[in-house]
Design a protein around this ligand. Structure first.
Ligand SMILES: NC(=O)c1ccc[n+]([C@@H]2O[C@H](COP(=O)([O-])OP(=O)(O)OC[C@H]3O[C@@H](n4cnc5c(N)ncnc54)[C@H](O)[C@@H]3O)[C@@H](O)[C@H]2O)c1
Length: 252
């Protein structure tokens, strides 16, 4: 595959390394901080996408819609890892369907994180009627992260609510009171360089079960995004990362 790397920040650099490791070609690196020069370009345009089979984008939320329109019109497949634009999903879908390219989007491209989410949901299902087990979620991220709780923690909380009917409300605020039995408390810590740690606790008076996903570096997100690019390059339509991961995990 010939890959356009769109957004050359922390994630763009990780994606570049994985693209090369997996034997693909970096067709162009596109970021407004770069000058148009050979394999570098400042903006996503028909010219900067020329010769590329797929774009892998980790940029900023405001950039996504215009870039998607260009991928769709040029029929370049795309993987969108950028977060914070999901309110524009229906417009993005129209563009992708009108253009006829393939696109995968999602807020977490780490395959390990998705395995963790599925294990945690299964654990919730196992204790759903064992009322001695209460459930709680904690997540930690580096000091530069702008939001809390993380999107992954919220996805995890929703997955547990779906499996444990006695938990009905996700409570993300600091609690100056005991939680209600139907509340699932999600807490966050920010500091240092932690790429992302999520734990779900299933806690009873007699014992505790902890399931943790600990990202070591950002390379896991990049590997998942490059795998998603390999998967979507010959498809048409808009897919969530969950659809891609389900196929990846059940292919055997
Ligand atoms: N889906 C996932 O698995 C996952 C994992 C990590 C980060 N993210 C998300 O990816 C995004 C980028 O994260 P990061 O840590 O690399 O951020 P970053 O700030 O290090 O890099 C973002 C880059 O995008 C560039 N950019 C701005 N406008 C652009 C445009 N119009 N076209 C192309 N590039 C543009 C910026 O100049 C910058 O270099 C964020 O939204 C983050 O939340 C997603």
């Amino acid at each position: 595959m010939r890959v356009a790397i769109v957004g050359y920040g922390r994630m763009g650099h990780e994606v570049e390394a994985v693209v090369r490791e997996r034997g693909h070609e970096v067709g162009r690196i596109i970021d407004p901080v770069l000058d148009d020069d050979g394999d570098r370009a400042a903006a996503v345009t028909p010219a900067s996408l020329e010769g590329c089979d797929v774009a892998i984008e980790f940029s900023l939320p405001d950039a996504v819609f215009a870039n998607v329109r260009c991928y769709a019109q040029q029929r370049v497949a795309a993987v969108i890892g950028t977060t914070g634009w999901i309110d524009q999903l229906s417009e993005v879908r129209k563009e992708v369907e009108a253009g006829g390219c393939g696109m995968v989007y999602g807020s977490n491209f780490s395959v390990g994180a998705h395995v963790f989410l599925r294990l945690a949901a299964r654990a919730g299902a196992l204790v759903r009627d064992l009322e001695e087990y209460d459930l709680a979620i904690h997540e930690m991220h580096h000091r530069g992260k702008k939001d809390s709780p993380s999107g992954t923690a919220l996805t995890l909380a929703e997955a547990i609510l779906a499996e444990v009917p006695r938990k009905q409300i996700v409570e993300t605020a600091r609690l100056d009171r005991p939680p209600q039995p139907n509340e699932l408390h999600v807490s966050s810590t920010r500091g240092g360089s932690i790429p992302g740690t999520h734990t779900v606790y299933l806690d009873a008076p007699a014992d505790t079960i902890e399931i943790t996903h600990r990202a070591r570096t950002r390379s896991g997100f990049a590997l998942g995004a490059v795998r998603a690019a390999e998967w979507v390059v010959d498809r048409k339509g808009l897919f969530s990362v969950e659809q891609f991961i389900t196929e990846l995990l059940t292919a055997h």
